[in-house]
Structures are given as C-alpha cells and as structure tokens.
Write a protein that binds this ligand. Structure first.
Ligand code: BGC
Length: 478
C-alpha cells in the first residue's frame, strides 16, 4: 500500500506500513500522554520540593537533603554602593563572558549601569580537562578583554558569576561542590573557586584584579532585577541548567549564624530527585538521558527541564515513535540516531512554526529525514509535550518556593517579583506563558510579577561587588 501526502503541493509517495491515520494518531497520543502531569501530581512535586528545601536549611538534615539550600552571604541590608568601573565574569553556560560594567548614580540616587561585553566560547578540552586548564583559559580571556579596552593597567574590582553549586564561607569565598551541565574539569570540586581564579591570574602575571564577590547566576539575576523592582526577591534560570534563589529569613538559615534580616539562599533545586523524590515521574527517556550524561544520578530535576537536555529528550521520543512504526515510515536517519543531534533550539523553532510547517520540514531535512505533513505534526506534538512538562515541573518548584515565602512571612497575601533569565525561558515561544499559568494556579493568595533580566549575570555580579566594596570600604584605584 502507498500513502500519498503533500508538502507544498508536491506529492510525496511513500510505502505505508501504517494502519489508518486515526489509529496512528491515537497510538502517538498514547505514547506522548506519559508527559502530561495532572494538577494533583504537580502539587505532590511541589510538596516534596518544599520538604527537601526545609531539610536543606536545617543543620541536622542538610547533608542528606537533595536540595542543598546554600547560603550566599548576600543579605537584605543594603549598605549603599560604590560607583565606578567593575569587571564582571560569567561562567556557567556554553560561553564565558567578560564584561566591563560602569556603575553610577542617577538623579534619584538609584543605580545607573552601562556595560560592554565580550563572549568567548569554551573549548571542550577546557571544560573537561583540568581545573588549571579551565582557569588559565579564563585568565587568558580576561587578558584579551583588558587589551581590547585598553584597561590592563587598572586593578579593577571583579564580580564573578559562577553558575554551579558553591558552599560559601563568605561572599568572596566558597568551594565548588560538584560540576553540572557538562563541565567536568578535574581538581576543582572541593576547592575554593575564587582561589583557583586568583591563582590563574597570578600565573599569567600580566594584569591584577581584586575579586570581591562570587555569585550564582540566579543570585546575579535577582540582584539585577531588584535594581528595577524592589519587590524582586526571587531569581530563576531556565537555560542550559535550571535553578532558583530567594530571600529567606535569617533565623531559618541554620548554616549561618545570626537571626536578623534575610539572606539570599541558592536552592540548587536542579539536584532535586537524588533521594528518589521524582521516581514515579521519570520516564524511560529521562533514564537514558541521565545514564548517558556526564553526571548520572545527579541533577535529575534539572534533566527534566533545562536546555542542556530538552532536545535530547525529544530525539529519544522521536526514536521511540519510529521504532513503533508511527513516524518517518518507521525509519530514522543516521543523524537522528546520533546523540545530541536534535538541538534544544529546534524545539523552540518547531513550536514557533506557523501553519505551513516550513521550519519543521527544514529542520527534519537537515537531520536527514523527509517528513510528510503528518510526520511534521507528530514531531511538533512531541516537542510540545516535552517542553510543556518542563514548564509544569519547573512551575511546581517555583510555586513551592513562593508558597514557602508567604507562609514564613505569615502573610495573608504575598506580592512578589521574580527575576528570570535563561535561553529556554527567553527563546521558547510558549514556555513563559505555560509556566506563569501553572505557577499562578499553584500559588493562591500570591500576586506574582515576572521580569526578564537583561544581561543579569554581569550586571548583578557588578552591582553586588559595588555593594561589597562599599561595605569593605575597599579602595577603588580608578
Ligand atoms: C547549577 C546552578 C545554576 C543553574 C543555572 C545548574 O546546573 O547547578 O548553580 O544556577 O545550573 O545555570
């Protein structure tokens, strides 16, 4: 039997091993229905997340908790800030960025920030070689940037956005607990990250820097949004990785002495699931993604959500549909069979497609398959299911944080702003809307505003450095 399908009015004739179209669609639906999560299930995820957050904050349970709730030493007591030039570094995604940030005051004594930046891609061998290689590469990039802007002679204060789990001892001191997101440089875990950076700068010997603050990207995002909206007390990233931070009452941050005010806690919620909390929600595709990753068994919640894994999840779903003879006539191309070939940006592009399926057709063609219209629609549905589950899972986590904040503050109603950044949140056409909807449904009596941060990682690191400089009354040599 032959099926005739059309694409741009061109008939595609192909052998058809399928039963009726209806039967095929129903079988696809059945396979993809595993990705749908009921409201009750999301409430359960939220409840478990809150439980792990509580365990992470408490001294007796902190070590076993999957959600580490790391104190950041960023406090709620603003001391004012220095003005001047700051250097900001941003390491944690696929690129490394160096920025020159000019912090000034506007007429109302608020912050005024201007930035110049340069992006450097990180070679694979720097990501997975030794810590020395990675930090030498970082120092080389800084040196290049200082040359470009003719500021090598200045000893600038530096804020470092380092987007991995760090156990801080102070704002400018903390050890890397473990790498995530495909980084694996040996000899870094368990060491003071600022020390590694200072050593690399010393080894080069062609410039000097005064490292005053190290922050997570969620924290930098929150700070940079706080600068626009003083109700911003939560920062979230949905990009290569996924994580959130928020302002917690000091009296509940048991890992740090003191009762007064609030401290920003980096939840490191990406690690949620390490104690089995997500087992009944993880599907066969999630298990393959995890087993073939650089960090099996770790970051299980992140692996359901973030951009590092979303494309690969879709690819595995497509292969399943091919194997069940429901897609591409039961045949996958060699490229589609190759790990990592289906990039996360394809998910965004396919879901942005208008009715003509043009982008979907082009993407699938570059992957070596010639799809029918129905194939294109099935691929789009697979993308929608995977990305919607990501938005809903992530929403359950954020709802957990926000409900906790309201309860801790004993407020009838909580008005709060969340600063958000990350490629999935910013580039996926439907992620924000699906995410906002579920968060609002799960957080009664909360009035939530979401704002996107612009260059949050760099600006946030510079702003917190400006505050740190004021507190330490550090002498700025410029
Ligand atoms: C890291 C976090 C980071 C997040 C977003 C995760 O893999 O553990 O520290 O905030 O990615 O970049």
């Amino acid at each position: 039997m032959l099926c005739v399908s059309t694409f741009h009015d061109q008939p595609l004739v192909m052998p058809c091993k399928y039963r009726s179209i209806l039967e095929r669609v129903l079988m696809v639906e059945q396979i993809l229905s595993e990705f749908l999560l009921k409201k009750e299930e999301l409430r359960e995820v939220m409840r478990r997340m809150q439980q792990e957050m509580e365990r992470g904050l408490r001294l007796e349970t902190h070590n076993e908790a999957s959600v580490k709730m790391l104190p950041t030493y960023v406090r709620s007591t603003p001391e004012g800030s220095e003005v001047g030039d700051f250097l900001a570094l941003d390491l944690g995604g696929t690129n490394f960025r160096v920025m020159l940030v000019k912090v000034g005051e506007d007429e109302e004594k608020g912050w005024k920030v201007e930035t110049k930046h340069h992006m450097y891609s990180i070679p694979q061998d720097a990501m997975t070689g030794t810590a020395e290689m990675l930090f030498d590469y970082i120092a080389e990039c800084i040196s290049d940037f200082l040359d470009k802007h003719q500021i090598k002679h200045k000893k600038l204060p530096l804020g470092f956005t380092f987007s991995f789990p760090v156990r801080h001892e102070d704002l400018d001191k903390g050890i890397l607990l473990n790498w995530t997101k495909g980084f694996k440089a040996s000899g870094a875990e368990g060491n003071n990250v600022v020390g590694l950076l200072r050593d690399a700068i010393k080894r080069r010997g062609d410039f000097e820097m005064d490292v005053v603050a190290m922050v997570n990207d969620t924290v930098a995002t929150m700070i940079s949004c706080y600068y626009e909206d003083r109700s911003c007390e939560v920062g979230m990233i949905v990009g290569t990785g996924c994580n959130a931070c928020y302002m917690e009452e000091m009296r509940t941050v048991e890992l740090v002495e003191g009762e007064e005010g609030r401290m920003c806690v980096n939840t490191e919620w990406g690690a949620f699931g390490a104690n089995g909390e997500l087992e009944e929600f993880r599907l066969e595709y999630d298990r393959v993604v995890d087993e073939t990753s650089l960090n099996p068994g770790q970051q299980l919640y992140e692996k359901l959500i973030s951009g590092k894994y979303m494309g690969e999840l879709v690819r595995l779903v497509l292969l399943k549909l091919v194997n069940e003879n429901l897609l591409f006539n039961g045949e996958a191309s060699d490229l589609l069979k190759t790990r990592g070939s289906f990039e996360t940006r394809f998910v965004s592009q396919i879901e942005s497609d208008s009715g003509d399926r043009k982008q979907t057709f082009n993407i699938l063609s570059t992957l070596g398959v010639l799809p029918s219209e129905l194939d294109c629609d099935i691929v789009r549905l697979a993308c929608e299911r995977v990305s919607t589950r990501a938005a809903h899972m992530c929403g359950a986590g954020l709802a957990g944080v926000i409900n906790r904040m309201r309860e801790r503050r004993s407020q009838e109603a909580l008005k709060i702003t969340v600063g958000v950044d990350g490629s999935v949140y910013k580039l996926h056409p439907r992620f924000p809307e699906r995410f906002h909807k579920i968060v609002r449904e799960l957080t009664p009596n909360c009035d939530i505003t979401f704002i996107q941060s612009e260059e949050g990682s760099g600006r946030g690191a510079a702003l917190i450095s400006a505050v740190a400089c004021k507190m330490a009354a550090c002498m700025l040599s410029h």
